[in-house]
Design a protein around this ligand. Sequence first.
Ligand code: BGP
Length: 474
Amino acid sequence: MAKKHRDFPADFLWGASTSAYQVEGASLEDGKGPSVQDIKVIPEGTPDFKVASDQYHHYKEDIKLMAEMGFKTYRFSISWSRLIPEGTGAVNPKGIEYYNNLIDECLKYNIQPLVTMYHFDLPAAIQAKGGWGNRDTIDAFVNFAKVMFENFGDRAKLWLTINEQNMLTLAGPIIGTFDPTGVENVIKELYQQNHYMMVAQAKAMALCHEMVPGGKIGPAPNISCVYPASCNPADITAAETFSAIRNWFYFDMATAGIYNHQVWSYLEAHDALPEIAPGDMEILASGHPDFLAFNYYSTATVAAFPEDEEYDPNAPVDQQKNGGEPGYFKPVPNKNLLKTEWGWEIDPIGFRNTLNQVYSRYRLPIIITENGLGAHDKLEEDGTIRDDYRIEYLQRHIEQMQLAIDDGVQMMGYCPWSAVDLISTHEGFDKRYGFIYVNRGNFDLKDLRRIPKKSFYWYKKVIATNGKDLENNL
Ligand code: BGP
């Protein structure tokens, strides 16, 4: 018998996401200090972040288009070094002004700002002092949070702490936020940094509740369920262990202030237990999220690590690129799944599985802060961008989100990546995600014109029907 679907909640937050360094441009304009993204070595063949999508100068136009799509929320991040150029100390009035304008522009159209405090762009001045490896960065972050809550908390009520903290820990060198050169025990160093981020996050969550009337805040890691390669119990152990390391550690800590026991044992085995100062565990237990946000692109599949296989002990644990960890797990391809042009496995059903796993464990409302398809979009001669492949990807994920709602998962919102085209973490403007096309190439800035893609009109209809009409019949 066909089951009747439950409705998406009436106040469901449909929207989309961006991050400051990937979309804003104006990277050193109006007093902004450099971030680690502005000083890193840019991958060959890809552009730097000086102009990006130039949202700094196009925000009115961008938000107007988001309003036309019917957005209920816009997830953007605040650039720490635009607000506080040196990371600590003087606040940049032009930075305050920009984010005030951005927030007001959203509110003009009843779009709720969903603000990420920190999305991969630590101020370079903080990095020079040791970055997240320096305990003082906790205080710097809390001060940054205070400046944001003081200036924007009267209007911005939805906050996210740290984007993909788990990826910073598992794949920092790939994102360009961690240089392993000369570090003796990479895992120890990364998990020490991770500990400081956890403490900073807990303090920021508590501070938000203190300073922002009606404010809600949550963490935003990248979460995906982990499949065992077979029903061999050893593969299941591998999957459970990797899931603890990749996923649950971050939510266990954010929700209950506890170190996941499997992660603790893993760190112990690598001589990588973090230094925990007196009082840290109390601080960790004092921050409580109001919801859980996560980014979802694909799932992971792992097998038990073969005993006779070679292994590089310094390779960070990255779900997609590394060779796994002896004694723990080994990533394997999942033959049941198709891949994107960039080799990312596409798993809409895994989305429902992941939503159910997260909700069963934590029982908090969930907002998806990223999900989407990176592709080579083409601007046709008639001025259209026919991104049916993106529509199909999103359609299939929203269908599964509907089924998760039917299962009883409490969904709060959905913000695919990305609202407008922006610079990919590694592939520049070759890999686009937006509903809104930005007319520029990797090195030819052209006119940066905004052009709604076919997915723009499709998503508008999805929002207008509160997720009921997902057909691609435009
Ligand atoms: C997430 C990041 C985003 C974004 C996205 C797509 O991990 O939070 O910043 O870039 O991935 O990744 P990419 O640009 O590499 O395709």
